[in-house]
Structure formats: structure tokens, C-alpha cells
Design a protein around this ligand. Structure first.
Ligand code: CP
Length: 326
């Protein structure tokens, strides 16, 4: 939809002068540092409201279409929970094979259909750029919930919110990203977002065939952020403030033999973590498939389950913002 805050097609009753009213959320490139501070402020409020009263009526009468062409547990259910905590309701399309997509309906036509019934559309799709295509077709706000190996902006927002809540800062951080950095859209978005902060150092630890894409590294380098690539975690773990672990994504490999070569390349367990600081955190967008041992889950540095909960508050904030209620 148009990124203007005066979209005439959106319903009355919202603050149309609010900066994020009616906007799509497609990429982290839309978020400057002051925008992040605003999102985090609203997310804080949401957290307090959920803790105090659970569910409230900020978005009563609003409808979210949750359109997922790829599997999801966290993103799909946290957007549903976010809308329902805010008093709104949800059209869930988690299995597109049961929708008219299976009859060959195009993405733009599916979006045009859903916006007849909903006020905001959340989209996960296997193709990079699909969220931008959907946003172009839509008059209502579209939120990118992951487009292929492109971006996962709401995950990066909840990741940075997690770092802020857990460590109290987003400047002066040594961040190590580990695992599948080629296909992992969450690390692409997070590296871009963190590059806005001061005195950030990014370490990329991965097998040779799963390196961080050059396009992402070039964008980060333009912001003057030092980046370095490693094969082994031991080289950087002792200095790391945030260890961001990712799953090797079997479903993205063209040749299954390549997956077999790199699966299980890195495993975080209590023994490995002896080399890390005590005042650091371990994050993971989840799901995990063996790259973090459950034996580490009770360590206070294991922030990945808390990270999922922060996602609820951030997604509540984003829904309220694009619907003019924040
Ligand atoms: N982190 C994340 O995107 O998880 P889901 O695939 O379960 O949504």
C-alpha cells in the first residue's frame, strides 16, 4: 500500500497522523535508531499491560489476516496472540493448500481478497521480495513475516528488543552469529539493524558454504561496522556479548549431500560455554535441531525462550502502530 500516513482507504477512528499509521513493514531498512527506540517503548508498555491485565481492547473490531505459505510456530502464533491480546481477531491461513492458492491464485490476488476482510495482513512466503510484491498490491498494511532467504524484520526487531531487555544496551556489543548465515534471513535482518549502533563488532562463524552473503556484508561495511569471518567459534567466544545461533536450514539446500556435510557443524553445550563470559547471552530464533544442547537450557545465559516471549510484545506494538493506535 502507499507509505503515506494519509491512506484514504483505511477506516476512521485511528490517529492518522501517527508516523506508522497505515505503513507496511517490509524491511529493517525502514527502521532508524529513533524508530527502534519508539518500538521498544511501545513494546514495554505492551509487556506491562499483558502482565497487569492480560487482554485489552486497543484493537477491538480490527481483523488480522495471517497468511503463511511456509511453516511457522512462533511467528504465526505470536501474531495471533498479539492481535487477540489487543482485543482484535484473526483470519488464520496457515495451510495455503486448503485455500484458493492451491487452485493457482496469484499472490497479488490473494492479498486483494484478504484485504476485503482484514485491516492488516501478515505474510510469510518462500520467495525473496514477495512481501514487497504483496505490499504493492494491497491498500491495507502488509507485515513481512519472512520472505524466502530475504528478510524477517519483525524477528530482528524482537531480537534487538531482547538484547536491550537482557543486556540494557545496543551500543558497545561484540555479537557473534553462528551457523547458517547464507540462508538465515534472521541474521541478515539483525546484522543490518545492529549496524546502526555505536561500537558494534560482528563476528560470523559458519561453514565455508554457508557464509554471510556479500550483499549484507557490504551494506554493514558502509555503516563502518567491523566484521570478521571465522570457521571456529573458539576464536571469538571469550569476547562475545551476544551469541546468536541459527539452524542449518535443510529445506533451502538444492543438494541434500551439501546439507549432510555441514549439519551438526557447531553444537553449543555447557562444556563449550565454559569459555564464554558470564554476562553474555545466547539467542536463537528457533526452532533448533541440535545446534544448542538442551543441557544448556537452564543456564541463565540461555535467552532463547525469553526471546520468544519478547516477540509477543514487539508484534503487539507493531500491530498497534500500523493501525494508528500507538
Ligand atoms: N523464529 C521463527 O521465525 O520461528 P517460526 O518459523 O516458528 O515462525
Amino acid at each position: 500500500m502507499p507509505t503515506s500516513s494519509t491512506n484514504p482507504h483505511l477506516p476512521f477512528g485511528e490517529n492518522k497522523n501517527a508516523e506508522w499509521y497505515g505503513k507496511d513493514i517490509i524491511s529493517v531498512k525502514q527502521f532508524k535508531r529513533e524508530d527502534l527506540e519508539y518500538v521498544f517503548g511501545v513494546a514495554h508498555e505492551m509487556r506491562g499491560m499483558v502482565e497487569r491485565i492480560g487482554t485489552f481492547d486497543l484493537l477491538k473490531g480490527k481483523i488480522l489476516a495471517n497468511l503463511f505459505y511456509e511453516p511457522s510456530t512462533r511467528t504465526s502464533s505470536s501474531f495471533t496472540a498479539a492481535m487477540e491480546r489487543l482485543g482484535g481477531s484473526v483470519i488464520p491461513i496457515n495451510e495455503v493448500k486448503y485455500s484458493s492458492v492451491s487452485k493457482g491464485e496469484s499472490l497479488p490476488d490473494t492479498i486483494r481478497t484478504l484485504e476485503c476482510y482484514a485491516d492488516v495482513i501478515v505474510l510469510r512466503h518462500p520467495e525473496t521480495g514477495s512481501a514487497a510484491i504483496a505490499a504493492k498490491a494491497a491498500r491495507k498494511p502488509v507485515i513481512n513475516a519472512g520472505d524466502g532467504v530475504g528478510e524477517h524484520p519483525t524477528q530482528a526487531l524482537l531480537d534487538t528488543f531482547t538484547i536491550m531487555e537482557e543486556l540494557g544496551r545496543l551500543d558497545n556489543l561484540n555479537v557473534t552469529m553462528l551457523g547458517d548465515l547464507k540462508y538465515g534471513r534472521t541474521v541478515h535482518s539483525l546484522a543490518r539493524l545492529l549496524s546502526q549502533f555505536s561500537n558494534i563488532k560482528l563476528n560470523y562463524v559458519s561453514p565455508e558454504i554457508l557464509r554471510m552473503p556479500k550483499e549484507v556484508m557490504d551494506e554493514v561495511a558502509e555503516k563502518g561496522v567491523p566484521q570478521a569471518e571465522f570457521n571456529s567459534l573458539e576464536q571469538v567466544l571469550p569476547q562475545t556479548d551476544v551469541l546468536y545461533v541459527t539452524r542449518v536450514q535443510k529445506e533451502r539446500f538444492e543438494d541434500p549431500a551439501d546439507y549432510e556435510k555441514v549439519k551438526g557443524a557447531y553444537v553449543i553445550d555447557p562444556d563449550v560455554m565454559k569459555a564464554a563470559k558470564q554476562d553474555m547471552i545466547v539467542m536463537h530464533p528457533l526452532p533448533r535441531v541440535g545446534e544448542i544442547s538442551p543441557d544448556f537450557d537452564d543456564d541463565p545465559r540461555a535467552a532463547y525462550f525469553r526471546q520468544m516471549e519478547y516477540g509477543l510484545y514487539v508484534r503487539m506494538a507493531l500491530l498497534a502502530m500500523v493501525l494508528g493506535k500507538a
